[in-house]
Each structure stands twice: as structure tokens, then as C-alpha cells.
Design a protein around this ligand. Structure first.
Ligand code: PAF
Length: 278
């Protein structure tokens, strides 16, 4: 497996004719969820294709300096995960390689990004769209794999691909969970033991709420279960239209119950599909 630290090295590695390229964009601190994305990319690329994993903690998508500073960067173990799951190459740029100090172009999605995480994390999706577009262009990838756990991110990236006529196929991968239901996330490693033991209540709350049949009860049920925690602080809890991500009070169309919950400084997100016949 090769490692490219610069854009020039990456381009040289990818100068290999017409082999399909499948990208797995990540910020590193890889867990089993990421490992499954790489395996899916390997399957999609086939024996002749090239699977690239990017490991880049993208500074421009963080809204809190503390969160960026605390983001784990276990490069050696990440490289082992990439190699074990069949990646052909890894792109590990630093921030100076990715961004000119006087950069002045940002990609903004103006609709789906206004809700949920976008409403509480200023500039987050601008940062995500900008880096993902750069990674698509740098790798000229035919396909890219994204986890469904970040369902708003997935929706925003699909919108970017649609609206900018990008050639990359977006492949979603189902959310991976720990045995107690907590969605896998690189941030889980930063939870204290007490917070880690409490955090599965997020999934329990969403499951219990999704069984209810009207919007108000759905929101109240989830809010109460999370609210019973001594540690959890809800950043948002929202029932949204699955397509537009706008808040909804109706279950006539597919909806998603989504939340972000702080445990100390660690912010966890999760969601569940809600249907009228639950
Ligand atoms: O989901 C992530 O890890 C990041 O948002 C991504 C897509 C790699 C962009 O930095």
C-alpha cells in the first residue's frame, strides 16, 4: 500500500490508465465503521480498481477550536486498518498541502445545510463540501463511499454531486453500531467511562420514539429519555422531512428523527427513519 502526502505524489500514483478509482474520504481515527467502508470500496473497485483512503482532519469544517485540537490522529493504527481492509493507497496531506493561506473559494450548499447540524455548526458543511470536492478532483474518483450515520452530510454531498454535475457515484454504507447500539464514531473514544456507559440511551430514545405515531409524541418521547441522563445535553432533536431536511410535524411523507447530543465536550449524532405505520 502506498502513502501519498502531497497532491503531486497522489497524482503520480493515480497516473495508471483507466482503472476505476474508489475513494473513502475520512478524517482518520478509523474504527470498524470506517473499516467496513473500505471493504465496500474494495468490493466496488474489484481486483483491477484502486481503493484510496484519505486521512485528513479537515480544519475548515470544525466550528470549535477545541474539537479540532482534540480530534484523535492515530496514524500508525489507521494505516494498519487501511492495509488490512485492502486499500491500495492512502492520501495523508497536511492542512498546508490542502489549503493555500489566501484561499478564497468555498463551496456552499444553501438548503439542506440550513437545518440540523448545519444550524448549530456554522460553516461546517461549507468545509465538508469544499474538502470533498477537492478530494474528488484530486483523485478523479469514479465512486466514493460515505457512512449513512452522517445522514445530513450524505444528503448534502449527493446534492453537490447533482447540482455540480460531478461524475463521482456516491455509495452509502449503513451505520455501524457497537453491541449496545451506540453508533460507531471516532468521537466515542473521547467519552469518559460514565459518558460511554450512558450514551447508548441516544439509540434507545430514537427507537422508542420511532414507535410512536405522531410528531409531538415522537419528539417528547425521545426528549424525555435523553433528558433523564445526568450527563447528556441535547444540541438539537428534530423531526425532519427525509428529502428536504426541513422540520416537519407530519408523517405523511418519509421523515427522519435526528439528534446531536453533547457529553461534556464530545458531540454525538444519530438518527432514525420514522414512518406513519410504525
Ligand atoms: O465524515 C467525515 O469524516 C468528514 O466529514 C469527511 C467526509 C471526510 C470530510 O472531511
Amino acid at each position: 500500500m502506498w502513502i501519498a502526502k502531497t497532491k503531486a505524489e497522489l497524482r503520480a500514483r493515480l497516473d495508471v490508465g483507466s482503472r476505476p478509482v474508489v475513494l473513502v474520504p475520512t478524517m482518520g481515527a478509523l474504527h470498524e465503521g470506517h473499516a467496513s467502508l473500505i471493504s465496500m470500496a474494495r468490493e466496488k473497485a474489484g481486483a483491477k480498481g484502486i481503493v484510496i483512503v484519505s486521512l485528513f482532519v479537515n480544519p475548515i469544517q470544525f466550528d470549535r477550536a477545541g474539537d479540532l485540537a482534540a480530534y484523535p490522529r492515530p496514524l500508525e493504527t489507521d494505516l494498519v486498518v487501511c492495509e488490512t481492509r485492502g486499500a491500495d493507497g492512502v492520501f495523508v496531506p497536511d492542512a498546508g498541502e490542502m489549503y493555500f493561506p489566501d484561499r478564497s473559494i468555498t463551496i456552499t450548499e444553501n438548503s439542506l445545510s440550513e437545518h440540523l447540524c448545519g444550524a448549530t455548526r456554522a460553516g461546517h458543511f461549507d468545509g465538508v463540501c469544499t474538502v470533498v470536492l477537492k478530494l474528488f478532483l484530486l483523485t478523479n474518483c469514479d465512486a466514493a463511499v460515505f457512512g449513512e450515520k452522517d445522514f445530513q452530510q450524505l444528503a448534502v454531498i449527493r446534492r453537490m454531486v447533482r447540482d455540480l454535475d460531478l461524475r463521482t457515484e456516491i455509495i452509502p454504507h449503513p451505520t455501524m453500531r457497537e453491541s449496545d447500539g451506540l453508533a460507531m464514531s471516532s468521537r466515542n473514544a473521547r467519552l469518559t467511562p460514565e459518558h460511554r456507559a450512558d450514551a447508548p440511551r441516544i439509540r434507545r430514545a430514537l427507537l422508542a420514539a420511532a414507535g410512536e405515531s405522531d410528531a409531538a409524541t415522537i419528539l417528547r418521547t425521545a426528549g424525555e429519555i435523553i433528558g433523564q441522563s445526568h450527563f447528556a445535553r441535547i444540541d438539537y432533536l428534530s423531526l425532519v422531512d427525509a428529502e428536504t431536511l426541513t422540520p416537519t410535524k407530519s408523517l405523511e411523507k418519509p421523515a427522519v428523527l435526528a439528534c446531536a447530543v453533547f457529553y461534556g465536550e464530545v458531540r454525538l449524532i444519530d438518527h432514525i427513519a420514522v414512518t406513519a405505520d410504525a
